[in-house]
Design a protein around this ligand. Structure first.
Ligand code: MN
Length: 242
């Protein structure tokens, strides 16, 4: 097994635009927990510091541990981007390898994506003009987009995620169970596949300390701490030919 290639899997796990600086440099072998790009309390009062600390330091760390345990049994995956591993999951015949890669690899990808999707309210900003126009075109208005997204996030039964994706050149809202995501071809319905622009974690661990059973209140608060510049950058990257 090549340790340097393992680094690649870790550092490229969520795409080169997501991990940078200390998070990249810190990766020494296999997947490593990326540092939060802000303090635990930076998203208060919308998302509290204790929730962020446990969510990042315990939950995300557990997905990293689970992913590395699976990777240790799959040296042939060394050097691949995690996104590619997730896209190739149906080709992995061994269920005892495929399932932990799906759950923990998905968990790592989703959380690294999620942290970068958030920003302190003072830096949340607004969608780029290009993204704002696309939201208007796809949903009618920003208000209608938020309503549809909130509905998808609220209705996701049990644990999972709500997503804003680009699919077929258009913005769409989807949701996935557990740690599945829109990259998982062959595992999630084709209609839920696409390029993620935003993702919202609606597992109870993401909000229960502060919001208890009030998932809708957590979702409503989330609009205040979206990293719109990052989402806009992702949207622009989804159309490289423009
Ligand atoms: Mn989570």
């Amino acid at each position: 097994m090549n340790r340097r290639q393992f680094v690649q899997l870790g550092t490229l796990a969520v795409g080169t635009t997501v991990l940078s600086g200390p998070a990249r440099a810190a990766a020494v072998s296999s997947a490593t927990l990326p540092a939060l790009p802000y303090a635990f309390n930076a998203l208060e009062p919308h998302i509290d510091a204790k929730t962020m600390e446990i969510h990042h330091d315990k939950h995300h760390a557990a997905y990293i541990a689970g992913l590395n345990a699976a990777l240790a049994k799959a040296p042939d995956l060394a050097g691949q981007e995690l996104a590619k591993v997730l896209e190739g999951l149906p080709d992995i015949a061994d269920e005892s390898l495929r399932t932990p890669l799906r759950n923990h690899g998905g968990g790592h990808w989703n959380h690294a994506f999620f942290w970068q999707s958030l920003a302190p309210a003072t830096k949340s900003a607004e969608p780029s003009e290009e993204l704002a126009v696309a939201i208007q075109s796809a949903f009618g208005s920003m208000k209608a987009f938020k309503k549809s997204f909130e509905e998808a996030a609220t209705k996701r039964f049990g644990s999972g995620w709500a997503w804003l994706i680009v699919s077929g050149g258009k913005l769409r809202i989807t949701s996935t169970p557990n740690q599945d995501n829109p990259l998982m071809k062959g595992l999630v319905p084709a209609t839920d596949l696409g390029i993620p622009i935003l993702g919202l974690d609606v597992w109870e661990h993401a909000y229960y300390l502060n919001y208890q059973n009030r998932r809708a209140d957590y979702i409503a608060a989330w609009w205040n701490v979206i990293n719109w510049p990052e989402a806009s950058k992702r949207f622009g990257s989804a159309f490289p030919d423009r």
